[in-house]
Design a protein. Structure first.
Length: 118
């Protein structure tokens, strides 16, 4: 199982950006998918998670501005009203059961940099 993220870039404050991530390979079942971010000088933190039943969780700092959605093996993060403090490397995460055991159910995509600046 591998995750591939895309969609980062430079955006002005107040604008929007969408991140996407696809889980591919020997995926048997996806329990949840999520987006984390790591801001400069900070630890990686959960931004949003969507479970297999569709329930969602958001960090307080992004509630009302970010929306996570999922379609099959893809997860998207719609980010609106971006602020400079949203600048971070964003990571896709999947709690995924592979067809063949791989010793873990936690998979990570490569980070994608989001820079919010005028």
């Amino acid at each position: 199982v591998q995750l591939q993220a895309s969609g980062g870039g430079l955006v002005q404050p107040g604008k929007s950006l969408t991140l996407s991530c696809i889980a591919y390979g020997s995926v048997l079942y996806i329990n949840s998918m999520a987006w984390y971010r790591q801001r400069p000088g900070n630890q990686r933190e959960l931004v949003a998670r969507i479970k297999d039943i569709g329930s969602t969780t958001y960090a307080d700092s992004v509630k009302g501005r970010f929306t996570i959605s999922r379609a099959q093996n893809r997860v998207h993060l719609q980010m609106n009203s971006l602020q400079p403090e949203d600048t971070a490397v964003y990571y896709c995460n999947g709690d995924i059961k592979p067809v063949l055991p791989q010793g873990t159910t936690q998979f990570w995509g490569q980070g994608t940099l989001v820079t919010v600046s005028s």
